[in-house]
Ligand binder design. Structure first.
Ligand SMILES: [Zn+2]
Ligand SMILES: [Zn+2]
Length: 430
């Protein structure tokens, strides 16, 4: 085994990805909220008290100097021992590998249709589920409803005690996060295609426009440019990007004129762009043309086109050095950068249904969990990187929106409303 060679190779890979190994000792606020999209992030992506001694020692021993990653936090026994000098390859191989703590759900996994309609006469003897979820470690706190049509977006801006939902009923609703009361309704004049929040800003995509609110000053802006529906938005390198029917548009906020100015138009996809993600100084776009394009955030030039999916790429997620993509082709693909900087698939997870949405979060034991909305009205929860099952969440209608909050909270759209869920506090084992 060539210890130095392996470590040296790893170093080059991580350097090219721009990894900053000098970590700030503060815990990343966005990571705590389950949605840090910075890579590299200069803040800690672990709780300081988390016992990570063996993983840290292993990382130092192989000389890669790489930051803490997936396996270090996943709690898999033996993962550090399994890791050889070629850290990167061993690490990649842990995708889809079931750990010793794999909890497979064994029950009739179908929700009772009669119970959903409120008239199952079998009660406790019914062999189908009388519950909105399956699996341990999380529970439903609340079910809020109020829209007239399907909910298409949920956003909990960081540091706010207000939740915003958007719907195909052309309205935006504000909810008090403490009382669960709807505190306001705004008529947008168009079906909500997508919603995001960034800092003080709330952005809502509707046909032919993006609405922007400064949640502190209540100032409202209407950004023109899109033709047709806005399917996805993301902020990166001080630009707001929107995936539209005719490619990707970008705006920049001008503090002097107090306005959003058109900054760029990224052409290349042959069909509408429906998913966007930012990470590792790259913008990733997924399209109805089945491809993912990788763009430089600095030059806005397309660097690579990924064509492994065979249907619409519905959602993208950056998690540490990996890009995860999901598609109506019923797969989740995990991408990693090779020596030459290009992305290639390192793992493919197969579902029996098309995938609509991916979100990542940590449970209250700091274990990474992937939330996947499928087009059979279920959200499936998986441990990462093993993809072992954590549970399932059922909805009456298609689940278009998932949002991750602080303290183990998460939200899933369900028809005209949404459900509030929470991970259980860790149980002391001694
Ligand atoms: Zn972070
Ligand atoms: Zn029943």
């Amino acid at each position: 085994m060539d210890l130095d060679g392996g470590a040296g190779n790893n170093k080059r890979v991580f350097n090219r990805l721009g990894t900053d190994t000098s970590k700030n000792q503060k815990v990343c606020f966005h990571w705590r909220a389950g949605k840090c999209t910075r890579f590299p992030c200069s803040f800690l992506h672990s709780e300081p008290s988390h016992p990570s001694g063996s993983a840290a020692a292993s990382s130092t021993a192989n000389g890669s100097g790489a930051p803490k990653r997936f396996a270090d936090d996943s709690g898999f026994s033996g993962s550090a021992q399994r890791r050889g000098p070629n850290f990167k390859n061993n690490h990649n191989n842990s995708w889809g590998r079931m750990g010793a703590n794999n909890k497979v759900v064994r029950k009739t996994e179908k929700v009772c249709n009669y119970w959903v309609q409120g008239n199952c006469t079998f009660g406790d003897k019914c062999r189908f589920l009388h519950s909105w979820s399956l699996g341990e470690g999380f529970s439903m706190l609340n079910h809020l409803d109020g829209h007239q049509k399907l909910l298409s977006g949920i956003v909990l801006p960081a540091g706010m005690d207000k939740l915003f939902t958007g719907s195909k009923d052309e309205t935006l609703r504000a909810w008090d996060a403490n009382s669960g009361q709807c505190t306001g309704v705004i008529n947008l004049g168009g079906e909500v295609g997508c919603m995001i929040s960034e800092g003080l800003w709330l952005f809502v995509g509707i046909p032919n426009a993006v609405k922007a609110w400064n949640t502190q000053t209540n100032q409202e802006f209407s950004l023109s440019g899109p033709a047709g529906q806005v399917y996805a938005m993301i902020v990166g390198n001080s630009l707001l990007f929107a995936g539209t029917q005719e490619g990707i548009l970008a705006w920049k906020f001008n503090a002097v004129t107090n306005s959003f100015e058109p900054a760029a138009s990224l052409k290349g996809h042959t069909l509408p762009v429906v998913s966007l993600m930012v990470g590792a100084n790259r913008l990733y776009s997924g399209s109805m043309d089945h491809s993912i394009k990788v763009w430089s955030l600095e030059t806005l030039q397309c660097l690579q086109t990924l064509t492994d999916h065979t249907n619409v790429v519905m959602s993208l997620l950056c998690w540490d050095q990996f890009l995860l993509s999901c598609s109506l082709d019923q797969t989740i693909k995990v991408w990693v950068a090779t020596e030459n900087g290009n992305l290639e698939v390192t793992y493919t997870h197969n579902e029996e249904h098309g995938l609509l949405n991916l979100r990542g979060m940590h449970d209250l034991e700091s274990k990474p969990v992937l939330l996947c909305a499928c087009n059979d009205n279920y959200v499936r929860l998986y441990d990462l990187p093993s993809f072992s099952k954590r549970g399932k969440i059922f909805a009456k209608q298609e689940i278009r929106a998932i949002e991750v909050g602080p303290s183990g909270l998460f939200f899933t759209g369900d028809g005209t409303g949404f459900k509030v869920w929470k991970w259980a506090e860790p149980v002391a084992t001694t």
